[in-house]
Design a protein around this ligand. Structure first.
Ligand SMILES: [Zn+2]
Length: 142
């Protein structure tokens, strides 16, 4: 329930078929994977999206995947991932921890400049939202 509140405003889908990414779409890399489309998720229609485990997947096309990275930004890993994504003209979803963003604001700027979707993954990533007082949960989210 709480995870759903962490706002899934959009997901970027990447096509795994190289044919989808034309050379013109990714200068310098004719074999790029590319990004096929951006999907906007309505939590009312897909209420389990954003929870840790769910049995129903997104309505994806054949050979589409959703790339999501959470718990960062964290150098040097985020930098390395961003480099690979850029090389393949692939966009991804980043669910950021607030205190990590405060620690590495330049990395958050790089994610944003790369055209990736940024979502909140709370301020401090507590592991037991369900056992926290409501005020503390609100603080984590806001
Ligand atoms: Zn996490």
């Amino acid at each position: 329930m709480i995870c759903r509140m962490l706002l899934l405003i959009g997901l970027i889908l990447s096509a795994m078929a190289a044919a989808k990414a034309r050379a013109a779409d990714c200068p310098g890399n004719p074999n790029a994977l590319g990004t096929s489309r951006v999907m906007t998720i309505d939590p009312q229609k897909l209420p389990r999206i954003g929870t840790v485990q769910y049995t129903r997947s997104l309505p994806l096309e054949d050979k589409e995947v959703v790339l999501t990275f959470a718990d960062g930004p964290m150098p040097p890993y985020t930098n390395r991932v961003l480099d690979v994504l850029a090389e393949h003209c692939v966009k991804a979803n980043y669910f950021i921890i607030g205190r990590m963003a405060r620690g590495y604001p330049e990395l958050l700027e790089t994610i944003h400049a790369g055209g990736h979707i940024i979502g909140s993954h709370s301020q401090n990533h507590p592991l037991a939202f369900e056992r926290m007082p409501l005020g503390a949960v609100q603080e984590e989210i806001e």
